[in-house]
Write a protein that binds this ligand. Structure first.
Ligand code: PMV
Length: 321
């Protein structure tokens, strides 16, 4: 996961998808997330003077990072503080394949890669507790009050069942899942989506509570279906979950159109993934070939990007255009 040489080190991680349970997880309900093989790498090198930061969105001195990157800035500062190292003598370079603001866990993944890279650079062991404490700093700036599912999922090699305040349960099934993912092309707005649900809760608590309870039921059933390899039931549960996300007010026309396309191409089920209001959809297929057909159709239907993969491999496929 992390490589070390004399004067440089790397920290790596991957993206994530929420299979079921987003939004309800903010209210203490369980949710299931999967590793998604879009990768991010942080390269840490010895340098002279102030810390230099390099990424696709900002290159320059660490201290001059734009306001919207304050989360990763504070995370780096606290990581060096934890390591008892000064804020100097390093360059930090991010190579990320994860699109920003797409419900794919980019902010948690970048922070995870950086923290891992810095601990490797200084030859220090990193516990999961320390990793979560440090990544949470970046996440709070990105999301307000995150449930923590993103950082748990981007640092796990397995699908996980996540519930606030409980141990994370790896969900290891013999049967792989075949999944197509597509990006609407619009940046998802998790902060606004979470805020919408909260406002709806204040306005019509009964209705929102009913949806959150239904999502909890769906997640419980999805856990069993996943472990038993019952993909037909899992597909139906994805569709049921989408109905509740619509009721919560976090889906939109662009997401719904891609979901319809996936279903019409034979997906066993499809829903938005992550915060919603833009961002990505996820569709479950019978096999990899079917996931490819769905992925191709999603591109044809106007997705900005689409990928397909199997949860038993670390390989991500792109449909030919
Ligand atoms: O960061 P996103 O867009 O994948 O959303 C995370 C999932 C939410 O449940 C909507 C928010 C949270 O903090 O759990």
């Amino acid at each position: 996961m992390n490589k070390v040489s004399a004067k440089s080190a790397e920290g790596e991680t991957h993206s994530k998808l929420i299979l079921v349970g987003e939004h309800a997880v903010v209210y203490g309900k369980p949710a299931i997330a999967l590793p998604f093989p879009l990768k991010v790498k942080a390269l840490i090198k010895e340098s002279f003077g102030i810390i230099k930061f390099k990424s696709a969105i900002y290159t320059g001195p660490l201290e001059k990072m734009p306001g919207r990157m304050k989360g990763i800035l504070e995370c780096i500062k606290e990581t060096l503080n934890t390591l008892d190292k000064p804020l100097e003598g390093l360059s930090i370079e991010i190579e990320s394949a994860i699109p920003l603001g797409s419900g794919l866990g980019s902010s948690a993944a970048v922070a995870t890669a950086v923290v891992r890279g810095l601990f490797s650079f200084f030859h220090q062991k990193l516990s999961q507790k320390e990793l979560f404490y440090l990544v949470q700093i970046a996440e709070e700036y990105a999301h307000g009050k995150p449930s923590g599912i993103d950082m748990a999922a981007v640092s796990s090699r397995h699908p996980i069942l996540f519930q606030k305040g409980k141990d994370i349960t790896p969900l290891i099934s013999e049967a792989p899942l075949f999944i197509a993912v597509a990006h609407t092309g619009r940046i998802g707005d998790t902060r606004r989506a979470v805020e919408n649900v909260r406002k709806n809760y204040l306005k019509d608590g009964e209705k929102v509570k009913k949806s959150l309870d239904k999502i909890e039921e769906i997640t419980d059933m999805a856990e069993k279906a996943l472990l038993n390899g019952d993909i037909n039931l899992l597909g139906k549960l994805l569709n049921d979950n989408q109905q509740e996300l619509i009721a919560l007010g976090v889906s939109d026309n662009g997401l719904n159109a891609l979901i319809d396309t996936a279903r019409s191409q034979g997906a066993l089920g499809a829903k938005l993934t992550g915060g919603g209001l833009g961002g990505c959809i996820i569709a479950l297929a019978d096999n990899l070939e079917k996931a490819k057909v769905i992925s191709k159709a999603l591109m044809k239907a106007g997705a900005l990007e689409s990928w397909y993969f199997s949860t038993c491999q670390d390989t991500l496929y792109f449909p030919e255009r």
